[in-house]
Ligand binder design. Structure first.
Ligand SMILES: [Zn+2]
Length: 92
């Protein structure tokens, strides 16, 4: 396990099949949730996916908003969401 996972806000799930947030929890009330936009959905079998809630709560158990990108990591040259990966700094 990487040593800084807790500092980054996550840990492995108990079965070690997923990385889970230490700060964000699923929302179980779909009634006020967004429609027609991508969210994280947890299915009846315990598998999470990214998709749009279709208003049929029998299969989807709960949902969570997607994490947001960090503005301090956006490349000021090309606008890529990760300046660490676009290569602009290496070209200077
Ligand atoms: Zn760039």
């Amino acid at each position: 396990m990487r040593g800084n996972s807790v500092a980054e806000g996550w840990k492995f799930s108990s079965d070690r099949k997923a990385a889970v947030s230490l700060t964000q929890e699923y929302i179980y009330d779909f009634s006020q949730g967004p429609r027609g936009v991508n969210v994280i959905l947890l299915g009846a079998g315990g598998v999470a996916t990214i998709g749009r809630y279709d208003g049929v709560p029998e299969f989807w158990q709960c949902w969570a908003p997607l994490p947001r990108t960090r503005k301090d990591h956006v490349c000021g040259v090309c606008g890529a969401v990760s300046a660490l990966k676009c290569g602009c700094e290496a070209k200077k």
